[in-house]
Design a binder for this molecule. Structure first.
Ligand SMILES: *Cc1c(COP(=O)(O)O)cnc(C)c1O
Length: 356
């Protein structure tokens, strides 16, 4: 039996999209490869509301996170963390010998523009990292408002992890002054894992040129130079993913439409939130709840592990709480091409198993 995944990535992928992965192989130095990237770039620019350069990485999203913080930090990075994925930026900084400080919010709370202003006022930092959608807590950060603060500091590069939100929630990269916005394919974009995407501003490029040790595979300038030359990559990209992404972006932009897609995600998040408030409680601050994943506090103390085992026999799977939140919370992802009817069916099954 196939299991419907309500976990925050990887997500279920439609058969038509999987078929695109089986497209006949092309040479990665061919004109076809160039055109494929150019098409993807135009479509991703629409999805991200940006005119910036688009790059892909044949790695999961964490690869571009590491590329971004390592290539753009010359002085010191201010890492704003509201959960495990915010902490990941900090780990990347320290393990790459990049000077950084981490600013944490309380569990379930966002990063505020005031916190960012406070940090940047010191003049110590030239990079800010923010998690748009913290997949562990179900909090969505005010990326636009934070961007208005960052814009007051011309030497600061603004890096945004939109791994679990791009394609499910509106992110206006240019308006929000985001320099690098990145995401993975296996979350709201509804593709298999193995590829990640990003927008890169001219400011980020200029900065990276001045940073000495950028590594090799994840050297932003190496990737950008080749992209600017002929829309190709220094190393061999996953062209199967690229075919699938190009196809899926058409579906997102033209078949469903961006507004409808964001609306569908918002509607599903509202359904889960209302259900959770009726039976349990929510971790996230009510003003900053995610449209793509909901973290529900396990107030009844039932076993989430047992629930999931039973759900799997019925064709569903959700996520336990992440890290310290294991068994204290559980998460329901409502992202990518998930249909509201499927979500309703999952909630019914949970009610049935837990006798809610
Ligand atoms: C999943 C996730 C990541 C890690 O993405 P990978 O593609 O597994 O590297 C980073 N940040 C957030 C917010 C995520 O949800």
């Amino acid at each position: 039996m196939s299991i419907k995944l309500f976990i925050p990535g990887p997500v279920d992928v439609g058969a038509d999209i999987l078929e695109k992965l089986a497209t006949t192989q092309i040479a990665h130095r061919s004109k076809t490869a160039t055109e494929l990237q150019q098409n993807i770039s135009k479509k991703l620019q629409k999805l991200m509301f940006t005119e910036d350069l688009i790059i892909l990485s044949t790695s999961s999203g964490s690869g571009i996170m590491e590329m971004a913080i390592r290539s753009c930090t010359k002085k010191r990075a201010a890492v704003f963390s509201i959960g495990a994925f915010g902490d990941r930026w900090y780990k990347m900084a320290t393990t790459n010998n990049i000077p950084a400080d981490v600013f944490k919010s309380e569990l379930g709370q966002p990063t505020t523009p005031e916190m960012v202003e406070e940090a940047l006022k010191t003049g110590l930092y030239d990079v800010v990292t923010v998690t748009h959608n913290e997949t562990t807590t179900g909090v969505m950060n005010p990326v636009y408002e934070i961007g208005q603060v960052v814009a007051k500091y011309p030497e600061v590069i603004y890096l945004v992890d939109a791994v679990s939100s791009l394609g499910g929630a509106k992110i206006e990269v240019d308006k929000s002054n985001v320099d690098i916005c990145l995401a993975s394919t296996q979350k709201c974009l509804g593709l298999p894992p193995g590829l990640s995407v990003a927008s890169v501003s001219q400011r980020a490029i200029e900065r990276a040129k001045t940073v000495e040790h950028r590594g090799f595979y994840f050297d932003l300038i190496n990737v950008v130079n080749r992209a600017l030359k002929d829309a190709q990559y220094p190393t061999t990209p996953s062209t199967p993913h690229m075919w699938a992404l190009d196809y899926q972006l058409d579906k997102i932009l033209n078949k469903e439409g961006l507004d409808n897609r964001f609306e569908r995600h918002a509607k599903m998040s509202k359904t889960v939130q209302e259900w959770a408030m009726k039976h349990f409680d929510l971790l996230a601050n009510p003003d900053f709840r995610s449209n793509t994943v909901t973290t529900i506090l396990n107030t009844k103390g039932n076993s989430v592990g047992d629930l999931n085992k039973e759900l799997m026999t019925r064709g569903y799977m959700l996520s336990n709480g992440y890290g310290n939140l294991k068994e204290k919370a559980f998460r329901i992802a409502h992202m990518a091409d998930r249909k509201p009817e499927d979500l309703d069916a999952l909630l019914k099954e949970i009610e049935n198993i837990w006798e809610l």
